[in-house]
Design a protein around this ligand. Structure first.
Ligand code: NIG
Ligand code: FE
Length: 406
């Protein structure tokens, strides 16, 4: 028997489940949300409690939003790269550190040495911080294993975490993150390993739901990326990409040619690339922490993304090298201040549009009948209040799949 409950007198702020990813937020003052099991059954103008034959709770006009979706993270890894940051602050660029075998490969070394228990206990506090801010769905990438066993290890840790915490974890295979040191002199050999072994084996094990590639001068070339994407396409695997972060290589247009779910970073994306992702209905994911922490100078092309009505999402990109920050509220604030997003664009960017970046718009990202009851009750009047005073965190109730978890 499904448990039914009603949240009464909520001030709802949400996107609506239309195909429009630039529509303004909708506000439904003093409405009731009927929840049945894990889903929203109805959203109605306020009725007296006697109209419902079940448990009701009066929110007395509190603001309620959909659960937050952090659609791009590298949550699971060992070690840290504080020493690398020290070097960057001395003026040595990220790309040079990567070329010298530092960067991602440092984290790969530590992650390979770590047990599943160690990786889980390192990831737990990071995950808890995001949960406390109201994240109810998080995407987690591999990419610090870079061989079959260690990529699988990261995915299994993600499964363990999902069993212990009230959060949904969407797993993405990012074996094409960098060339591991053992393939330094044979990068195409590593591309073959990804295509012939890592992707098919882990896909068959149903261990992940999309693949990602780092298409960049310090990552994978267009030719290498194409090979990996063809492998994924042949197996019917959804595709995402880290593209146009440090240069304009054409990675976003490549992802678009495979009908990718999202292109992420995109500081160097040009109008041609935007036309390509518009055509393929691909979401542009902004990662303001990486931009900030690498002290990048070129902003993503926000005005053009708006002009072409490309869906825009925002994520923490939490990772040890370019974004060691577990605050989605702060990421939203930064996307507004650094990139000039409106407050409503920032909110859509971590709810409805983030659902789009993960291919989940049938079930996630808004408050509407038939959608998951992942809901947040705030001690705030308006959505702006939540991201204006960063660190205040006015979350008072976190509902995951219909149940209170805070
Ligand atoms: O999204 N760009 C590549 N991947 C990460 C960085 C990962 C790392 O440096 O460990 C990113 O910024
Ligand atoms: Fe990333």
């Amino acid at each position: 028997m499904l448990i039914k409950r009603v949240l009464q007198n909520a001030n709802i702020a949400t996107s609506l489940p239309t195909g429009d990813y630039h529509a303004p937020f909708q506000y439904f003052p003093l409405h009731d949300i009927v929840i049945e099991g894990a889903y929203i059954k109805a959203v109605l103008p306020h009725q007296p409690a006697s109209a419902y034959n079940c448990e009701t709770e009066d929110l007395q006009g509190a603001l309620i939003t959909a659960g937050l979706i952090d659609c791009h993270t590298h949550l699971i890894f060992a070690g840290n790269r504080a020493h690398e940051w020290e070097r960057r602050q001395q003026g040595i660029p990220y790309s040079q550190i990567a070329k010298e075998g530092g960067g991602i490969n440092q984290t790969v070394k530590a992650t390979r040495q770590a047990s599943m228990e160690e990786l889980a206990s390192l990831a737990q506090p990071r995950l808890q911080r995001l949960i406390q801010e109201g994240v109810t769905t998080i995407e987690c990438k591999t990419g610090y294993g870079l061989n079959l066993e260690d990529e699988r290890k990261q995915l299994l840790v993600a499964d363990q975490l999902a069993q212990h915490y009230p959060i949904e974890i969407i797993k993405t295979l990012l074996s094409a993150h960098t060339i591991p040191s053992e393939f330094k002199n044979n990068p195409d050999g590593y591309v073959d390993l990804i295509c012939q072994k890592i992707i098919p084996t882990l896909w068959q094990e149903k261990a992940f739901s999309a693949i990602d590639i780092f298409c960049e001068t310090v990552g994978f070339s267009i030719a290498q990326s194409t090979k990996i994407l063809q492998t994924a396409k042949a197996l019917g695997i959804p595709i995402k990409g880290h593209t146009e972060q440090l240069s304009n290589l054409g990675g976003s247009a490549l992802i678009a040619s495979f009908n990718g779910l999202s292109v992420d970073h995109i500081e160097y994306l040009d109008e041609q690339g935007i036309q390509a992702i518009k055509q393929s209905n691909t979401t542009a994911v902004l990662l303001p922490f990486a931009y900030y922490f690498l002290r990048e100078k070129q902003c993503p092309p926000i005005d053009l993304l708006r002009q072409y009505q490309v869906p825009i999402a925002i994520s923490t990109d939490f990772n040890p090298g370019t974004a060691p920050f577990t605050s989605i509220h702060w990421a939203m604030n930064m996307a507004c201040v650094q990139f000039g997003l409106t407050i409503e664009e920032a909110w859509a960017g971590v709810t409805w549009n983030a659902a789009k970046a993960l291919g989940l718009t049938h079930s996630h990202g808004c408050i509407a009948p038939g959608y998951l009851a992942d809901l947040l009750v705030w001690d705030a009047e308006r959505p702006v209040d939540i991201i204006y005073e960063v660190g205040s965190n006015p979350l008072v109730q976190r509902i995951f799949r219909g149940k209170n978890t805070l």
